[in-house]
Design a protein around this ligand. Sequence first.
Ligand code: CP3
Length: 348
Amino acid sequence: MIDGRTAGSPLVEAFRGRRTNLLPVWFMRQAGRSLPEYRTARAGTGMLEACLTPALAAEITLQPVRRHGVDAAIFFSDIVVPFRLAGVDVEIASGVGPVFAEPARTRADVDRLTSSAKQLDDARLAPVSEGVARTVAALGRTSLIGFAGAPFTLAAYLVEGRPSRDHLGARRLMHTDPEAWTALTSWAADLTGAFLRAQVLAGASAVQLFDSWAGSLSLADYERHVAPASARALAQVRDLDVPVVHFGTGTGHLLRAMRDVGADVIGVDYRTPLDEANRALGGATPLQGNLDPALLAAPWPVLEAAVKDVVVRGREAPAHVVNLGHGVPPDTDPDVLTRVVDLVHSLA
Ligand code: CP3
């Protein structure tokens, strides 16, 4: 057992489907621009450089735990970090998102990208392992969640080279050249799976696979062209006995399929009420979510009622970890997040 790993915490218990007397809560994108201390820590340092500086990544990961008293930290990193570590030319442009210098639009692009040189090993993953180990040592009893991007969401950036609205490029490639698509998503699965594995081996207590853009797929295309790669990524942590959360947005029609690739917990976005998600999943899967991030800007009585509604609907599931239905908006008042944590903890 890795020192500091929090096997019996309320968060991990809930991920295992067991309720404790504390209702756990954390926020996707809790480490980031909503916090003045984050903006100070990041000043003058590029996003990916910050992710790959272990002491800085650990400090930023700890900031929301100190400030809000959330029940989990999520490692400060990004879904494109494994690609940078494998030698792929990628940046995170401020206000834009991931930008790849050489998009994977054709079979030849895919072959170049997935060449034997662009792989990961322990040495290349060392900044991640060290960042996680430092974080876990400082966290004490609070759990650290490791994470990675799912192959489809990664491909949505890799094919277009930058963020896109409906991920048409990725959806086109899967139909026009299924072999190139399989090569691209298998390679992405291996890199993203290695990134997950490194975080668990360094002490993360759970992991979350983000397939943020999977909602742009039909169920049939998800099952045929995407699920095998997501299962391949998750297979890399199967033997490590940590709970796996699987999250996407606009995925009300994919919840079962997303569980069946090997997830223990389903992260639900704000569009599907948790009682409905629970029914869709047959009542046997712990849930995470799902307050609409827009509500963080609402008057307190409106927000309070919405939090209570999420908690009441979440009681239908075997267990529930309170979260947003997507990330914290950068202009959120941090005091509101702290108040939500206190409210959730008073409800249990
Ligand atoms: O607090 C946390 O949740 C942990 C850190 C985290 C980041 N990115 C840090 C980050 C996590 C879990 C991610 C995952 C991620 N990255 C996803 C999946 C989750 C989701 O939001 O759907 C995706 C799609 C990405 C790709 C990405 N990285 C985008 C779309 C952006 C936003 C671009 C922008 O500037 O608005 C990023 C940059 C990024 N990742 C920031 C942070 C804190 C902002 C960078 C900055 O502060 O300059």
